[in-house]
Design a protein around this ligand. Sequence first.
Ligand code: ATP
Ligand code: MG
Ligand code: FE
Length: 350
Amino acid sequence: PLVLGIESSCDETGVGIVRGREVLANVIASSVDEQARYGGVVPEIAARAHLEAMRPTLERALETAGVRIADLDAVAVTAGPGLAGALMVGVGAAKALAVTARKPLYGVNHLVGHVTADQLHATGAEPVPVELPTVALLVSGGHTSLLLVRDLVEDVELLGETLDDAAGEAFDKTARLLGLPYPGGPSIDRAAQDGDPTAIRFPRGLTAPKDRERHRFDFSFSGLKTAVARHVERTEADGGALAVADVAASFREAVVDVLVTKALDACAATGVPRLLLGGGVVANRRLRDVATTRAEAAGVRLRIPPFDLCTDNGAMIAGLGARLVEAGATPSGAGFGVDSTLPVGQVLLS
Ligand code: ATP
Ligand code: MG
Ligand code: FE
């Protein structure tokens, strides 16, 4: 099926068009430069930026794919989780499109969209074999979730998630503590290049034996952030110079260590020897390297989609819509709304 997908859950306005699993267009407009002035995503600014970017992004996607709205079999849109005001812009646009063009509309789960990204391929490229079940680690500025995916449409289970900050958020907040620019991920990555990752032993949240029962697959990064803040304060109080590169490298190591350890632990516990990574934090070189090495040692097949499919994008939403059409799922009703805390087990809004 030919499906157009709209994504607007955070600061990316994304419109993608797929035919089955083939990506015909994946156009993204990001308000990250505007957000950078405030050192983080401001919901109101994100919503406004979506409103401005939506129509040109839609038009460019249709043009790139060389299809007309009339050709579409369905429209899909992220209904949650995400920022409510931002989601509303995408859902509003999708409803208008679906009603005027008389197309079925699917309001779908953003996180399951991230998982779908792994099954997509570019025009002219070899189709990607679908490998399920898989454990999926989704890490971005808004979420840190560990999932067990047996079937995209029928069976997505949440194994654990962050209890406080998301991994990307931890990078952003720590960068600010170190006087590095937003977004924090890339700037910490750069600063860490010449640093010693063993210089400071920062805490690994929820890995103590007492946490293994209740929070085995959950994450916590606020203690790590506080530990960095303490370190900065102490250094200043002692009148010493802050070794930014060492702090950045040690911080990054702590985050990466916890993410990879828990993800591979989930593979072992579920008996599923596959791990899929998704989300903007996957841009982190160290995360990719550590995951690659340790997955190989554990006999786990690691999959990392191309980066433009890892960050928020419309193609993954269109791809999920196509799976739903193929599965014969009933489209969402006319009155569905946005759900900023949509649970991962709910793939489609009714
Ligand atoms: P959502 O959470 O809804 O998916 P988002 O906009 O927060 O939305 P992304 O755009 O996928 O998520 O990712 C942005 C996040 O990824 C930011 O927190 C950023 O700091 C982080 N990030 C980007 N590059 C890197 C990197 N090299 N290392 C670590 N984190 C990174
Ligand atoms: Mg973003
Ligand atoms: Fe996302």
